[in-house]
Write a protein that binds this ligand. Structure first.
Ligand SMILES: Nc1nc2c(c(=O)[nH]1)N[C@H]1C(S)=C(S)[C@@H](COP(=O)(O)O)O[C@H]1N2
Ligand SMILES: [Mo]
Length: 170
């Protein structure tokens, strides 16, 4: 009886092991300059209690495009990057909001709900050109404002953080 239970347990262990390893799999350490730091309520870290991303790591997230107008450019722009939703899932974020901080010390609190409800992009390129710190880069939070009337509102304009540097999940 005892022996059978043990066998049963170790079999379960063997079956669960790959899934558990996948969840526990650490983020690789960044090798290049760090473009984005995620801290707070996250399940995956690589530098102390934070998740740091270099360009290669960010480019490994599923790529996504978005065509939209913005309040600070003319006409419709073509953006490329990754979904905020995918980044948050990748680091195992659990919380209510993300405090986004920019290189110019601009700070805004964004409800995580936004990223569930909308395909919010973290753009690293606009119209085929890599965004640079002197031109809203290296990362710019871009909402699909042309596709959703409710996003054409000052409440959302505040959340279009350019020169994004870090996110703290709370
Ligand atoms: N990095 C950064 N992002 C920012 C801001 C800022 O000062 N710095 N201003 C926010 C505000 S208040 C608005 S309304 C929109 C558009 O700002 P603008 O019209 O001043 O260009 O960008 C948002 N993103
Ligand atoms: Mo603003």
């Amino acid at each position: 009886m005892m022996k059978r239970r043990l066998t049963c347990l170790s079999l379960t262990g063997a079956l669960l092991m790959p899934a558990m390893l996948a969840i526990a799999e650490p983020l690789p350490a960044p090798e290049g300059p760090v473009l984005l730091r995620v801290s707070g309520e996250i399940g995956k870290t690589n530098v102390d209690s934070e998740a740091h991303f270099d360009r290669t790591m960010l480019e490994d997230l599923p790529r996504q495009t978005l065509d939209t107008s913005t309040v600070v450019t003319d006409g419709v722009n073509h953006f490329e990057g990754f979904l905020m939703r995918d980044l948050l899932a990748h680091v195992g974020a659990q919380g209510e909001s993300a405090v986004a901080t920019a290189l110019n010390d601009y700070v805004v609190d964004i409800p995580l709900e936004d990223f569930h409800d909308f395909e919010v992009l973290v753009a690293d390129s606009m119209d085929g050109e890599r965004l640079t710190p002197r031109d809203k880069g290296p990362l710019w939070i871009v909402y699909p404002r042309d596709d959703h009337g409710e996003l054409q509102d000052i409440r959302y304009d505040y959340r279009w953080v350019w020169q994004l540097e870090s996110l703290e999940i709370r």
